[in-house]
Design a protein around this ligand. Structure first.
Ligand SMILES: *Cc1c(COP(=O)(O)O)cnc(C)c1O
Length: 392
């Protein structure tokens, strides 16, 4: 293992044995703290990739580390055929924090799984098959979640997918009206499209989705896997819209960076038949302990409020940049998209050279998902670096 500390060797070994499905950056990350990451050369980066949305609390938060290590010494696995103290406490705390009457939860291990569960529960609860999703929507890469995902690059090679999914243009109320009928099991939407380019929903669009679901007996599923857990300035983005979902899908940051997905169910979802779904790792005490700590940190450190405050400042400063290469600045809280008039790839590389890591959201959108603990000073520095890179 000692040779693995040699910088080049890590990348050679990983390249030789990884599946190959990921485009890799020329960077080996070995450590994180708060909003910083360090590479194997000891160089520090400001992390606006934020674990692709899994690092809202910042890296290596001491409360998460402590909860994980304590629980690891107590009990790691305990399938849901048994009751468990940590899981019970987490379920009570999560449902108390969730909006409305989302009082039952199916726990899993990823975003895609949270969506798979939502789709299955919507079908079994309504006895209907059709799912209406949105163009540019992203819901994951397993076969059901992929059927709801729009991007042809993800879907194309895997046809045929699950039947009876339709995609309507996001924020288009007339198209939604035309698509929803009494054959619709569910309408599935992100409150802010993440992968699709950081596009917030119009309040009227989500309201009409709610109304159409009510009128047709369909369920409204909100995918808050990326927008949830403080990212957009409230614990859940839906709190900024005057509606309630029937099903809420969560993952990414909810367990402080450990893998966990959660599918929350409201009263309009009927009683689920025994054995109709399941997961070996779902609700394991280790992830539940991390998730309890994550929720506590989120509330104690008032991270949603922080995201609202810093996000507003950042959007104002970015909008003031007046670079001829910026088409539009969009977002909600600390979920920020900068639509460029050029390809984002070279911009990401130039940012990385200057110590800032960020994400794309499509070919021309620069996406920033910094940990919500980022300081205003570091955020200002990120904006200066973006401005510098775009000026070149
Ligand atoms: C990341 C993401 C998913 C998929 O989550 P995985 O954990 O990668 O399976 C689904 N929906 C949205 C909105 C996401 O951002």
């Amino acid at each position: 293992m000692q040779t693995l500390t040699a910088a080049v060797h890590v990348q050679t070994v990983e390249s030789a044995h990884t599946s190959g499905v990921y485009p890799k950056r020329d960077l080996t990350i070995v450590r994180g703290q708060g909003a910083y990451l360090w590479d194997d050369q000891g160089r520090r980066y400001i992390d606006c990739a934020g674990g692709q949305g899994a690092a809202n609390l910042g890296h290596s938060h001491p409360a998460i580390a402590e909860a994980i290590s304590q629980q690891a010494r107590t009990l790691i696995s305990c399938p849901e055929i048994f009751y468990n103290d940590v899981r019970a406490a987490y379920l009570a705390e999560l449902t108390a924090a969730a909006p409305g009457e989302l009082n039952r939860v199916f726990l899993s291990n990823s975003g895609a799984e949270a969506i798979e569960a939502a789709l299955k529960f919507a079908r079994i609860s309504t006895g209907r098959r059709e799912i209406v999703a949105a163009m540019r929507g992203f819901h994951g890469r397993t076969m059901g979640a992929l059927s709801a995902t729009w991007n042809k690059k993800y879907r194309g090679p895997f046809m045929p997918l699950v039947p009876d999914f339709t995609h309507i243009p996001y924020n288009n109320i007339a198209a939604l009206e035309a698509a929803v009928s009494d054959a619709t099991a569910a309408v599935l939407l992100e409150p802010v499209q993440g992968e699709g380019g950081v596009r917030p929903a119009d309040p009227a669009f989500l309201q009409s989705a709610r109304d159409l679901c009510d009128a047709s007996g369909a369920l409204l599923i909100l995918d808050e896997i990326q927008t949830g857990f403080g990212r957009t300035g409230t614990l859940f983005a839906v709190e900024q819209y005057d509606i309630q979902p029937d099903i809420l899908a969560l993952a990414k940051s909810i367990a402080g960076g450990l893998p966990m997905g959660a599918t929350l169910l409201g009263p309009s979802v009927g009683e689920l038949p025994r054995m109709s779904h399941g997961s070996t790792f779902g609700g394991n005490p280790l992830a539940a302990a991390a998730a309890r700590a994550a929720l506590r940190v989120m509330q104690e450190e008032q991270l949603p409020q922080r995201a609202a405050h810093l996000g507003a400042l950042m959007k104002t400063r970015l909008s003031a940049l007046k670079s001829p290469l910026i088409r539009e600045v969009r977002g909600l809280g600390l979920m920020i998209g900068i639509e460029l008039k050029i390809k984002v790839g070279p911009v990401l590389r130039a940012l990385q050279e200057r110590g800032v890591l960020a994400l794309p959201a499509g070919a021309t959108v620069l996406r920033l998902l910094p940990p919500l603990v980022i300081t205003q000073e570091d955020m200002d520095h990120v904006i200066d670096v973006i401005s510098e890179v775009l000026a070149q």
